[in-house]
Design a protein. Sequence first.
Length: 464
Amino acid sequence: MRHWSPTTWTSGPPPPSAAARDAAGAISRARKLAPRSAIPPFDVPATWQRVQLTDIGHDWGQKEPDDDFTYIDVGSIDQVSGTIRSPGVVVAKEAPSRARKVVRPGTLIYSTVRPYLLNIAIVDQRFDPTPIASTAFAIIHPFDGIEASFLYRYLRSPAFIRYVEGCQTGIAYPAINDRQFFSAWFPLPPLIEQRRIVAKVDELMALCDALERESADARASHQTLVETLLATLVACPDDAAVADEWARLESCFNILFTTEASVDALKATVLELAVRGRLVAQDASESHSPIVAKLANKQVEPTHNIPTNWMCLPLSALGKQLGGGTPSKSQPDLWRGPIPWVSPKDMKQDRIADAQMHVSEAALISSPVKLVPSNSLLFVVRGMILAHSFPVALTSTPVTINQDMKAIVFHDPSVSEYLLRALKGMKRSVLRAVERSSHGTCRLDADAYGSLAVPLPPQPNSAA
């Protein structure tokens, strides 16, 4: 039996020496580690002890599996609950080289690889077959007199996280080693106080969880209210009703639009009002440009009411469509040039003047890529981003695009600024047309985006 102190210890006395623990039947860790800092990170009450992790527990050694075993790796840890979930059973001959550390019920395991993920757990059950943990874990089985649940909570505390951040090494996979782990300071209260602390922490954490749920419910209710009010605004039957409803909303802006989601909803509503002809006053004397007027025979039925002097055209009628491609990566010269090669990851702003990658003029000749002129419309037609967004932009310079993009070179360039905003305002309609493959990839079919009914006001409203 391993003891920190007699179970009747409640305060004060210093920890037993390693020799005393050996005499009591404990297996010594056979190590004396110098703390990283000679001064503990914070003061503790007079009845507490300042010790190191190496003083309060032990490991169970290592063994190479010789029979079927329950393998506990980092992926088995539920970070939220601090428990082990669904570890796999592995036959000995297929044991990973990292499957070596012996654990038992009550053992605490701490992942020393990417420790900021807080993969920490207490072995809280008996596994069959016998469990073995990965060498990615530091193993500490607390001595009697040390509450494992108190140790678990300390290892998740900001104080210990700061210690780990101060000594971890590596960039992609930062880590600490066992020596650094066990040399850390540990504030040790009397056993009875440890248990009181754990109970109080659990009580307050339950309160925090309840507050978090209430906050989430309040945010959801707030967003529902915002979207209901904005939907009422869009559904107004005439311009006077829109003006009245807008005035009511405007008087409550500082209450309604306080979250990112609510502001995004307001932006979408402004754009939707724009494409419905409800944002600015209409002038019956205004007319379409000669180029757009020639497209009158291609008009389609609008999805909602629009002013009588507007036209509604399919997106495909507004310009020449261009597809994209990818030059061969085996020909480096095709990737050494000044021409931006735009992909969905570049579509983060309304105007595209550059991209993360570039191609040469030779790529325009010997690969599928085509030069898209300045003031053309770009949009994404394939990718997971279409699950929630419809990225569109105008080109500020000639570019090329990859195969997940499409471009429209306008017949009438004067409509470009309006159409950029119009397509943003039609995001919901576009996303409803997105198809998903069996493996989850999102795709916007050519017929779907080509037939998109775009309301088009006469000039000069189209440039507003």
